[in-house]
Design a protein around this ligand. Structure first.
Ligand code: ZN
Length: 198
């Protein structure tokens, strides 16, 4: 039995497909949205479409940006010889929020997961290796401490070792399986400062 009209159901269904939105929240959002003035709803849908159309990957670090080269890569004050490798743009933002990291980043957009069928070729590893042909002193691997994050860190270490470039891994203290973006800044800084050679 359909509880609501088809169009409301369709909206709830779409919202439920978003990460972190369960059926209950989706219902709440759907009724909130249909009760808003049309102009307000248009602002929201325009913002989504605008972001989708104009945001792409930075040509250097592969983070999401609306410029060709992101502001961090463009900044001459950043240390371009130190590259921190993160799984996604949200993890990058978490480190950026500490305000203490002066190097640049490399965003993989995922982690190696044999279980999910995600191999080295499915994340931005080739692009990382390409960057290492330039002037790079250290690669800090800041993937999550999940099984996937650790697998990826080991893989990167093996890949980089022959180049002679220093590879380090952020210290544990970041809870196992913890998403970097949910960890407080002090813990992140401690993990960065306590990094060890791989
Ligand atoms: Zn960039």
């Amino acid at each position: 039995m359909e509880l609501y009209s088809g169009k409301i159901n369709k909206l709830i269904e779409e919202l439920t497909s978003l990460p972190g939105i369960g059926a209950k929240s989706a219902g709440r959002l759907a009724f909130y949205l249909v009760n808003q003035p049309e102009e307000r709803v248009k602002q929201l849908t325009d913002a989504i479409l605008d972001a989708k159309k104009n945001i792409h990957y930075c040509k250097e670090c592969w983070t999401l940006t609306d410029e060709e080269i992101c502001p961090i890569c463009k900044n001459p004050k950043r240390d371009h010889t130190t590259i921190m490798v993160v799984e996604n743009t949200r993890d990058q933002a978490a480190y950026e929020k500490t305000g203490k990291y002066e190097g640049v980043y490399h965003v993989l957009h995922g982690a190696i997961s044999p279980m999910l069928g995600i191999g080295p070729g499915d994340i931005r590893l080739k692009e990382l290796m390409k960057r290492l042909e330039g002037d790079v002193n250290e690669v800090i691997v800041a993937t999550n401490s999940s099984l996937e994050g650790e697998t990826t860190a080991m893989y990167i270490s093996k890949l980089i070792k022959p180049t002679g470039i220093k590879v380090s891994r952020i210290a544990s203290g970041v809870p196992v399986g913890g998403d970097l973006e949910n960890i407080d800044e002090v813990t992140l800084l401690r993990a960065l400062e306590g990094r060890t050679a791989l």
